[in-house]
Design a protein around this ligand. Structure first.
Ligand SMILES: NC(=O)C1=CN([C@@H]2O[C@H](COP(=O)(O)OP(=O)(O)OC[C@H]3O[C@@H](n4cnc5c(N)ncnc54)[C@H](O)[C@@H]3O)[C@@H](O)[C@H]2O)C=CC1
Ligand SMILES: O=C(O)C(=O)Cc1ccc(O)cc1
Length: 293
């Protein structure tokens, strides 16, 4: 048995999906949820996403793994509140979409013998709350971990083991590299998707345009249906990396714009062909994509 008692703070979509997998597959004998939203916590118990709900202080007694699955705006505060109740040997991880600030602060804050390892499952849905949680959400997904030179190797091995039990593939990345990479591959698509929908929403012919919308608009804007508050936190927390990603995107948009303006078919076809080639190599190994339910 990898862990005896797991505490999940924030039993929403991601915390609830982790809990469902841990409980329903008997990976961990005791899973306790902590969440200020009492209705959500009760539903989590009913759905079998946690064995019971408790306060942070009650829950952390005897816990050997603490997973912070709250909105990233509160994760540091939750860790601070948990600090007095964490026991020697406990592993602490999170699921937040941005790592830098939390990893640095957690490592500075935690005493020797309590191990923080940043985590980030690269799987999700556009719904919030435990009602949308799925036991198999992480199957086939890449699950990023951001250990540092301070990370205890044995703690990392145990956490990797748990992630493998979820059916996900653990992958290690430096936390700065993580924030730079997800700015391009996850955060940029979200803001572009929102900007594309807003291009239509600010058009006087909005209704006509929506009536005409076919697969292209639907495919490229699916993620605009996600939780705006979650994405506010992500985009503002990863601000410098997101701004750098927007600049990289602007270069590509400018190139395409110029080729159209200058009526240059070669440059235009070159840009479209390059994209077609890379897109066709994208591995189809993700079980869930947003809205595939
Ligand atoms: N939604 C997605 O597709 C993905 C989200 N993430 C990350 O997972 C984290 C959680 O996101 P979701 O599960 O989607 O959000 P969610 O809104 O479904 O769940 C968050 C839960 O945290 C609870 N919460 C709020 N403040 C709390 C506190 N102080 N203590 C304990 N619980 C608290 C809320 O009541 C809620 O139940 C975020 O940090 C996000 O960046 C990571 C991968 C994918
Ligand atoms: O945006 C994406 O790429 C998703 O498919 C869902 C998702 C949302 C937030 C994350 O931090 C990770 C994955």
């Amino acid at each position: 048995m990898l862990f005896k008692k797991v505490v999940i703070a924030g039993v929403g979509l991601i915390g609830g999906s982790l809990g469902l997998a841990l409980c329903k597959r008997n990976i961990v004998p005791q899973v306790v949820g902590v969440d200020p939203d009492q209705d959500n916590l009760e539903l989590a118990v009913q759905l079998g996403a946690v064995h019971q709900g408790a306060t942070l202080a009650e829950a952390l007694t005897g816990a050997d793994l603490f997973i912070i699955a709250t909105p990233i705006g509160v994760s540091l505060g939750v860790l601070e509140m948990a600090l007095p109740y964490l026991q020697q040997g406990t592993i602490v991880t999170d699921v937040g979409s941005v790592k830098g600030r939390l990893v640095e602060r957690a490592e500075a804050m935690l005493p020797a013998g309590i191990h923080f390892i940043g985590g980030h499952p690269m799987a999700g849905l556009e719904v919030a709350g435990v009602s949308g949680a799925r036991e198999d959400l992480f199957e086939g997904a890449c699950y990023l971990l951001t250990p540092t030179e301070k990370t205890e190797p044995a703690a990392l091995i145990r956490l990797r083991g748990l992630i493998e039990c979820l059916g996900a593939t653990p992958m290690e990345l430096d936390y700065r590299e993580h924030d730079e990479a997800v700015a391009v591959i996850s955060h940029l698509p979200h803001l572009l998707s929102a900007a594309l929908v807003n291009t239509v929403s600010y058009d006087a012919k909005e209704q006509l345009l929506l009536t005409l919308a076919a697969g292209g608009f639907r495919d490229t804007t699916r993620i605009a249906a996600s939780n705006p508050l979650m994405w506010r936190d992500i985009l503002l927390t990863n601000r410098s990396m997101v701004l750098a990603a927007i600049n990289k995107f602007r270069v590509q948009l400018d190139k395409i714009e110029q080729s159209i303006e200058q009526f240059d078919p070669d440059i235009l076809v070159d840009a479209l062909t390059r994209a077609q080639n890379l897109r066709s190599t994208l591995p189809e190994n993700r079980k869930y994509r947003l809205r595939d339910k």
